[in-house]
Design a protein around this ligand. Structure first.
Ligand code: ADP
Length: 488
């Protein structure tokens, strides 16, 4: 099959979170199964040029309609981790993708609305007719809308669209000007069955557009699929997901074990696997030395996360204090996009600056993330909601025991050491229910207690996690079945 991914992220070239990992991992899996896969991305100034190989301008005559003007774009081609990437660079004084960061500007919906149209214009003008266009999250919600409303009529008649919801907490709710800029009719589209936001009458919901106009809609774990269809976690999309329930399902994300594998990871000083777990502890030493923490007989508990409310930022702070007062060390790597949360974590960092058992690294650091997974014993993920979550799956592969809240993909992948109904060999972490300090403490307390008092059991739990198969193998097959189904 010929598959084109249209996305705002693809690791390692442009990544802000799990979306980037998923686009990269799924594309890689589809490619090794013999499919032709291409990825269309914005050419951000913040792109990792060091991760792109053989970058060159491939198309320089792309003119994309925008309101009543045309914006000239260049398209570059390069290989990111062996994947074929096309990068669209518009030339206008809007500087859509020259913002120093991927997201966070007031005109994000205009920026990605433009990108959606540019991607289709590029497919049309370059004569590409993929079997499948797979787009992701609100940023590319306009792709299926534009395909059916505009581009099919212009000749892009072959592709079918799969649309994946990575996080319905961000839906791209915006004004009708985003439709006008793309040449779409607000009158025709802002209706309850189409793009009208369910919360704000008259507002445009780009993610809803993606749901309505795609041939198939997925989300990133079975549990989250149920949560967004039937509970408040749908953030208002429950009704439209019900209407389109026949073409909606959850597929658990996979992990790319070419990237996330302690046996081959080039970012860690000592490689290890199930048979050489002792090597892991040299990484623990390396982590301590890198972060200037003392060598003590204590477990290292970590957090690698965007720092925002969804990720349970309030409980993350509590976890730091609880760990430090219960004979543990703590390492945090996180970036906050919200100023208030950023300030809170900087204040905590200053407060704990001289603590020999703690290091808080505020920012985004791909390489340090690998060392943290390799060097820690436990990881805390107290999310309010979690569509899938990759960190717990990465952690397990690295022999780190996850302590998670019972929600979304965390619930689908982590099985409690004490209370799961699974056999012991399938238990791999600690799970708590309520979003409270007490519930978090009880799960952390159980994990820390096991580490100190029953190291053999703790080791077993690590090994159980390392043995789990969260590769793209099954989800890759699942997506191919969906593609075949909608292409038929
Ligand atoms: P989300 O996509 O909601 O941010 P996921 O758990 O699905 O969460 O994916 C998070 C990914 O981003 C993981 O690969 C994790 O290692 C990485 N990550 C998160 N925060 C940082 C950070 N500050 N520095 C480096 N990597 C990070």
């Amino acid at each position: 099959m010929y598959i084109v991914m249209v996305a705002s992220e693809c690791a390692p070239v442009a990544k802000a979170g799990g979306l980037g990992d998923v686009v990269q991992g799924l594309s890689h899996e589809l490619a090794i199964r013999g499919n032709a896969v291409e990825i269309i991305l914005p050419k951000y100034d913040a792109i990792r040029y060091d991760k792109l190989w053989d970058l060159q301008k491939t198309y320089s005559d792309l003119w994309v309609p925008f309101h009543d003007q045309w914006i000239h774009c260049d398209v570059y081609f390069g290989f990111g981790h062996g994947l074929k990437c096309f990068l669209i660079e518009p030339h206008s004084n809007h500087n859509f993708f020259a913002r120093g960061q991927l997201y966070g500007d007031g005109d994000d919906s205009e920026r990605f609305g433009f990108f959606s149209r540019a991607a289709l214009e590029f497919l049309l003008k370059s004569g590409k007719q993929p079997d499948i266009i797979h787009c992701h999250d609100w940023q590319t919600g306009l792709v299926p809308v534009l395909l059916y409303e505009t581009y099919q009529g212009l000749g892009l008649s072959h592709p079918r669209v799969c649309y994946t919801l990575h996080n319905v907490g961000h839906q791209g709710v915006t004004g009708e000007h985003v439709l006008r800029q793309a040449g779409l009719s607000p009158q025709a589209l802002i209706t309850p069955e189409r793009l009208m936001d369910q919360g704000q009458a008259g507002a445009v919901n780009l993610m809803k557009g993606g749901i309505v106009y795609s041939n198939f809609v997925t989300t990133v774990s079975p549990r989250y699929a149920g949560e967004i269809r039937y509970t408040d976690l749908g953030h208002g999309l429950q009704h439209i997901l019900g209407v389109h329930g026949e073409k909606f399902g959850g597929v658990l994300n996979g992990l790319d074990y070419n990237v996330w594998n302690p046996e081959t990871d080039e970012h860690i000083p000592h490689r290890y696997g199930l048979d050489a777990l002792a090597e892991k502890f040299k990484n623990k030493e390396a982590l301590r030395h890198r972060l200037l923490m003392r060598d003590e007989f204590k477990p290292i508990i970590s957090v690698v996360s965007r720092l925002d409310r969804q990720k349970g930022s309030a409980l993350i702070k509590h976890a730091v204090h609880y760990a430090l007062s219960n004979h543990c060390q703590f390492v945090l790597l996180g970036a906050a996009s919200e100023a208030a949360i950023n300030a809170e974590f900087w204040a905590l960092k200053h407060q704990l600056n001289d603590h020999p058992d703690c290091h808080l690294e505020i920012g985004y650091d791909e390489e340090l993330a690998h060392l943290i997974y390799a060097g820690s014993d436990m990881i805390v993920i107290p999310s309010i909601y979690e569509p899938c979550g990759l960190t717990q799956m990465i952690a397990m592969k690295y022999g780190v025991v996850p302590i998670v809240r019972n929600t979304g993909g965390l619930a689908d992948t982590v099985h409690d050491a004490n209370y799961s109904d699974k056999e012991f060999r399938d238990r791999n972490g600690y799970v708590f229910q309520d979003y409270t300090e007490g519930a978090l403490e009880s799960a952390m307390g159980r994990a820390i207690g096991l580490w100190h008092r029953f190291p053999d059991y703790f080791r077993q739990l690590r090994l159980n996690g390392m043995r789990c198969d969260y590769s793209w193998n099954h989800p890759g097959e699942h997506y191919l079945n969906i593609y075949r189904h909608i292409a038929a």
